[in-house]
Ligand binder design. Structure first.
Ligand code: PDD
Length: 286
């Protein structure tokens, strides 16, 4: 349960944590966000999340709400005030409040910043990883700049809902050429028969996942071979293993895609190994 939410300079009780009705994040999805894992009271890969936030803001020309040191302080304080040891930190920056107009608001309009932290349930995730998750594929109907982490998440929300209704935990989005771009809220990976790890190369079609980046560092460490390229659902269904990466899941094995069992239908050993060593390689900032 979140107790305290940072909103534009104040730490508010959850029930009083409001933004304005004419906030551009609310009206246009004119906002960017980050989700960081909180592990043992520290923020996982905070520097990378902040780098991506800076990039997202820059690509959209949204004013940074404050400098990096002050932002790090808000993040730390939000974790502390919510007494979260393991869980998630959510941070959103919008282009601010202005009378509704598609045109940009006047230069100097202050951006909105909110930050909250929530406790997670590591035991539940550990249990899920032991069983693995089911994935379905759906068409990728998103826009042309999925590399920017914006709050315009309706296609992802609909994809996740389709997955849930099909008894799956995640949806893999398939582009017009028939290749998997990523998950609705995660990056998608497969392991080939000869043990190479495949994930799509970066570009405007997918989010440069922080967890994806850290897993790539781990591969080098573990002597595993990376292949950054697109793959189809058909190739994925014949893969030795499949998994997803995200701040919310770290590394989560996928055991079926569209009802087809992956490998022997149990979580793959490489995915489970990466999951086990993830936090010893990722940076954790207190
Ligand atoms: N989502 N791709 C998409 C579309 C995502 O929304 C996410 C994360 C990722 C993985 O990125 P990272 O490893 O940096 O978490 C990939 C977050 C967790 C969310 O929206 O809740």
């Amino acid at each position: 349960m979140t107790r305290i939410v940072y909103v534009n300079g104040r730490y508010r009780q959850y029930r009083d944590a409001f933004v304005h009705a004419e906030d551009r994040g609310f009206q246009f999805g004119d906002a960017v966000y980050e989700v960081c894992e909180i592990y043992n009271g520290g923020l996982v890969d905070q520097a990378r999340h902040m780098e991506r936030l800076t990039r997202s803001l820059g690509e959209l020309g949204i004013r940074p709400p404050m400098g990096p040191a002050a932002l790090r302080q808000v993040m730390r304080e939000t974790v502390r005030r919510n007494r979260v040891v393991n869980g998630l930190l959510y941070l959103q920056v919008t282009r601010g409040v202005a009378p509704r107009d598609f045109a940009m608001p006047p230069h100097g309009t202050p951006s909105t910043l909110i930050c909250l932290a929530r406790r997670g349930d590591p035991a539940r995730f550990a249990d899920q990883a032991q069983h693995g998750i089911a994935v379905i594929t759906v068409p990728d109907i998103r826009w042309g700049r999925c590399d920017i982490k914006t709050t315009m998440l309706l296609p992802a929300v609909l994809a996740k809902d389709t997955a849930r209704k099909a008894g799956a935990k995640e949806a893999w989005l398939v582009d017009r050429d028939g290749f998997v771009t990523e998950g609705s809220a995660s990056n998608a990976w497969i392991v080939t028969a000869d043990g190479r790890l495949v994930t799509r190369g970066l570009g405007h079609q997918l989010l440069p996942g922080v967890t994806r980046r850290t897993v790539i560092d781990i591969l080098a460490h573990e002597g595993l071979v990376l292949e950054e390229r697109a793959f189809t659902p058909e190739e994925a269904k014949c893969a030795r293993e499949a998994f997803i990466t995200s701040a919310t899941n770290t590394v989560m094995p996928v055991i079926s895609i569209d009802g087809t069992a992956i490998g022997n239908g149990a979580p793959g050993s490489i995915a489970l190994h990466l999951r086990t060593i993830f936090h010893s390689i990722a940076s954790v900032t207190k």
